[in-house]
Ligand binder design. Sequence first.
Ligand SMILES: [Zn+2]
Ligand SMILES: [Zn+2]
Length: 338
Amino acid sequence: MKGLVIKRPGEAHVETIPNPIQTNGELLLRVRMVGLCGSDLNSFRGRNPLVTFPRIPGHEVAATIVSSHNTDPALHAGANVAVYPYTNCGKCASCRRGRPNACQFNQTLGVQRDGALTEFIVMHPENLYAADLTLKELCLVEPLTVGFHAVARGRVKADDVVAVFGCGGVGLGAIAAASAGGALTICVDVDDHKLELAQKAAGGAHTIQSAREPLHEKLLEFTDGRGPDVIIEAVGTPQTFRAAVEEVAFTGRVVYIGYAKEAISYETRLLVQKELDVLGSRNALPADFRAVMKILEEHRFPVDEAISSIVSLDEAPDALRSWSENPAKVRKIMVHLH
Ligand SMILES: [Zn+2]
Ligand SMILES: [Zn+2]
């Protein structure tokens, strides 16, 4: 079968690779569409320390079940599914606490193990979610779940004002989840187009273009001078990490999804003085997958506007290269396989 292989940083080719081997209980899937995300771009650029080469990327997957001996009637041959791309060991502290999304030994598809940019993959049935969704929608399930999980971590309620720093794919999911739950959301980004999408598409109530507008004053203006009840950080820079604790209301919650690449110094006094809940959020739980699929089934998320281009597998190496040269220009690339 064909697969996209990143041979070393900056070098990706479509190659002939061995077909996957089904082991006990796994189902064979034909990969239909794969979304490329920022972490795939980081792998291509050699900037993800968890990735070794050669590596097949891809963890945002829409696939069709080829053969099924499974007893779950939803997972019949021919069913279209979204894929849960994480693993969990069942034994670490996170797994024992019922939080397998943060398993200490997690291996994400396309990161610590080969991913889905191939014609076929094999998966355990418990990692498959059948839904009556289009291929594009199925591909968007996983990236949206990450933001949904952050909103769940922040215990966002309908009467909360939530500010989301960073309106890329992950931030959009957080805005969609918070808005769908009835919270008032403030979308913050430096990119006009992303802000427009966040408001139009994901239900954001207000926007702040933080390159042009004063973040602090605008946040106070939208919150009667108190600051947001919850801030979700989906950027990963020192400035946004610090701004989250500086701008959040007293006794508010701060949820970090962004992965900072460097050590960040803090005014820790604010954590105590404001009695903040500071939370990390990683990957997503099965419940987040079900919540996202519900919103997509109700057509409450404008899928087409979130996607910037659809390319074939053969075109995917070039798409990665041009994305790498122009990271700001691209929203979401989908690779269509069959
Ligand atoms: Zn992703
Ligand atoms: Zn574990």
